[in-house]
Design a protein around this ligand. Structure first.
Ligand SMILES: NC(=O)c1ccc[n+]([C@@H]2O[C@H](COP(=O)([O-])OP(=O)(O)OC[C@H]3O[C@@H](n4cnc5c(N)ncnc54)[C@H](OP(=O)(O)O)[C@@H]3O)[C@@H](O)[C@H]2O)c1
Length: 249
């Protein structure tokens, strides 16, 4: 049995990943930023079904103290993790943060908000997760990234804050991988692009998709699980799409 940590289990991909990991017999620690399972029916259902296998904690990824506190609680539950998958992300928030179409839409607060969730959080999570990932067995530290964070793949423009923050996340992933190769050589650190997935994050942008382009969260979680399972040590620092192909920076 392996120990997995899913950060952002209230999200579409986060809850699907949590369910899949439980079905596969893993012990799963989840975090949500609200009050544990309160107001989250999907998570409550998983607790009822798998109660001894799942623990849920509170964690707001934009608050360093909250990350530190959650990891202290995790260390009281286990001294090692085999998988950390950070499923948090921010593209829009219904409170003025919308992906920018042009320069006039750019706003410093929105940029800072996007960077806090999409870039700073993965680095802070790595800081506090390291002691739990550093052990004799294989471990994976993964952040859900996005293809739009690839500079070489940027053909459409727009979405300044999200693109830049995900590109920064990818640089952070690479930099963490270099440090881990020295300090925690059994840990693989990667970014993962989940495809275009039917969640709250993509919902406002689904109108112009080609038929078949939209994936269910369950399908995406299965693809990502397969990618994670197949990762080799020399994959550390890279970003992979749902189908296992590498996304170049
Ligand atoms: N859906 C897609 O098509 C798509 C495509 C490419 C990449 N992605 C990436 O996939 C990942 C998962 O997104 P999703 O599609 O599952 O979207 P989602 O349903 O909107 O989930 C986003 C998750 O992030 C959490 N979150 C946001 N700010 C947080 C904070 N300050 N502290 C803790 N949690 C916070 C949300 O928590 P609350 O429930 O509390 O808001 C939610 O659990 C993201 O990194 C996203 O960028 C998605």
């Amino acid at each position: 049995m392996t120990y997995a940590l899913v950060i952002g289990a209230s999200g579409g991909i986060g809850i699907a990943m949590t369910r899949l990991l439980l079905e596969r017999g893993n012990r799963v620690i989840t975090t949500v930023r609200g009050d544990n399972t309160k107001n989250n029916d999907h998570l409550k259902t998983l607790h009822e079904k798998y109660n001894a296998q799942i623990v849920s904690l509170k964690l707001d990824v934009t608050q360093q103290q909250s990350i530190e506190t959650a990891f202290t609680e995790i260390q009281n539950l286990t001294d090692h993790l085999h998988l950390v998958i950070n499923c948090t992300g921010l593209l829009h928030n219904g409170e003025g943060l919308q992906p920018e179409k042009r320069l006039e839409d750019v706003n410093a607060d929105n940029l800072a908000g996007s960077f806090a969730v999409n870039a700073t959080a993965p680095l802070l999570i790595a800081r506090y997760a390291l002691p739990l990932l550093r052990h004799k067995e294989r471990s994976v530290l993964s952040n859900i990234s996005a293809r739009v964070g690839s500079i070489s793949d940027n053909r459409m423009g727009g979405w300044y804050a999200y693109r830049a923050a995900k590109a920064a996340q990818n640089m952070i992933t690479k930099t963490i991988a270099i440090e881990l190769s020295r300090r925690s050589p059994n840990t693989i650190c990667v970014g993962l692009h989940p495809g275009t997935v039917d969640t709250g994050l993509s919902q406002p942008f689904q109108k112009n998709l080609k038929p078949g382009q939209l994936t269910t969260p369950e399908q995406s979680a299965q693809y990502l699980y397969d990618v994670i399972s197949g990762l080799k040590h020399n994959d550390s620092g890279k970003v992979f799409a749902w189908d296992g192909s590498e996304i170049l920076p």
